[in-house]
Ligand binder design. Structure first.
Ligand code: DSN
Length: 418
């Protein structure tokens, strides 16, 4: 065990035990949760650095505290790197999360009661895109577009009709479980036709955009929000890119509008993340994430599982479990029992409640970071299929689990750190 963790053993044994357990869990399990990844050792280190000590409300050069000269440099570096990586005119790197980024954008563009138009949750949207239980659903009038029932892909004619009828003030494209490329140019046209602001939430696929394995929304959207910890593989956090004409109101909406002091240690880690994502190596990573997802989806489909929309263009896809007569919740638990982590997920037009669901979401960002390649997807696909098909056979599940454990050992994690 690493020296850093060992020192925890002495001064906080309870936290030490939990950290040790989590390290072992991350090493032992195959992580197919589409929104998770393994940050680099450098990012882990910077996230825990001394910048956590500094209060810096405001923005570089305009802070409400003295002593901000070095954190100013850090935030400027993060902003400039984000703008250069994504080719945007303005960046705000202070949002603590993707939802905070979305909240700040809504507050900068809308008044309570205004209409927003977003993809519904079961089609692949996100809670912060107007779910009733979320602030966004409480404050705004929300209209949804959905995927087409047959193709399970977006139907832009339908999106256009809803926009023309409802005249939303802001349209959101993007989400957390839609596996296909989104036509940002088409969304731009629709937004222009009805005079709406276009916001793209690229929280899930921003790493693919950075690695040029996915079209960029930046040339088309008024504003783009994202997280830094999913495909982008940085620290847990959010950021906002926008056209310059929105810069002032977005900045004011983040601070003082919706947040207090920025997490300067995390902003430093975001700067490192943007630097890492600008390297040629990251481009190969992004390409491989998409390839792994495609090959794994094809493998599962060839084993008889139903892949929603017939495939994927991104880092994730959904499996409709209804033909197997199993719920998403059960599948999540069965796979966890054989050391594979996925999350239960609604499928389009899901008849099951969100805490049960008829599907699972499978993503490849984490396993690709761990070194798994398309040639490993065959075995992984077979083990997933076996676990689900032989779920009532405890001997078979034990065999799958031991194969997964052996497989995982071939892909060491944080060997050099811990
Ligand atoms: N929880 C994230 C995801 O899993 O997609 C979205 O916020």
């Amino acid at each position: 065990m690493d020296r850093e963790l060992d020192s925890f053993k002495l001064f906080d044994p309870e936290i030490y035990e939990a950290l040790k357990g989590e390290l072992e869990r991350q090493r032992a399990k195959i992580n197919l949760i589409a929104s998770e990844n393994y940050a680099s050792p450098e990012i882990l280190r910077i996230t825990g650095c001394l910048l956590t000590n500094k209060y810096a409300e405001g923005y570089p050069g305009k802070r409400y505290y003295s002593g901000c000269e070095f954190v100013d440099e850090v935030e400027e570096l993060a902003r400039i790197r984000a703008m250069s990586l994504f080719g945007s005119e303005h960046a705000n790197v202070q949002p603590h999360s993707g939802t905070q980024a979305n909240m700040a954008v809504y507050f900068s563009m809308l008044k309570p009661g205004d209409t927003i138009m977003t993809m519904d949750l079961s089609s692949g949207g996100h809670l912060s895109h107007g779910a009733k239980s979320n602030f966004s659903g409480m404050l705004y009038k929300v209209v949804h577009y959905s995927v087409n029932r047959e193709t399970e892909k977006l139907d832009y004619d339908e999106v256009r009709v809803i926009a023309e009828t409802e005249k939303p003030k802001l349209i959101v494209a993007g989400g957390s479980s839609y596996s296909r490329w989104i036509d940002f140019e088409e969304f731009r046209e629709i937004a222009d036709e009805v005079g709406a602001v276009l916001m793209v939430d690229m929280a899930h696929f921003s790493g693919l955009v950075a690695g040029k394995a996915h079209p960029s929304p930046v040339p088309y959207a008024d504003v783009v929000t994202s997280t830094t910890h999913k495909t982008l593989r940085g620290p847990r956090g959010g950021f906002i890119l926008s056209q310059q004409r929105y810069a002032e109101r977005i900045d004011a909406s983040v601070f003082p509008g919706t947040q207090g002091g920025p997490l300067m240690n995390v902003i430093a880690a975001k700067a490192v993340c943007f630097k890492e994502a600008s390297k040629p190596k990251f481009r190969s990573y992004a390409e491989e994430v998409v390839l792994n997802a495609r090959v794994l989806a094809e493998k599962l489909a060839s084993n008889g599982l139903r892949v929603v929309s017939g495939g994927t263009d991104t880092h994730l896809f959904l499996i409709d479990l209804r033909p197997m007569r199993i719920t998403g919740k059960e599948a999540q638990e069965i796979l966890d029992s054989v050391d594979i982590n996925v999350n239960m997920n609604e499928i389009p037009y899901d008849p099951a409640p969100p805490n049960i669901t008829s599907g699972i979401r499978i993503g490849t960002p984490a396993i690709t970071t761990r070194g798994m390649r398309p040639e490993h997807m065959d075995l992984l696909g077979d083990l997933i299929t076996s676990a689900l098909e032989k779920r009532h056979d405890s001997m078979a599940l034990a065999r799958v689990r031991s194969e997964i454990q052996e497989f995982a050992r071939n892909f060491p994690l944080y060997q050099e750190v811990f």
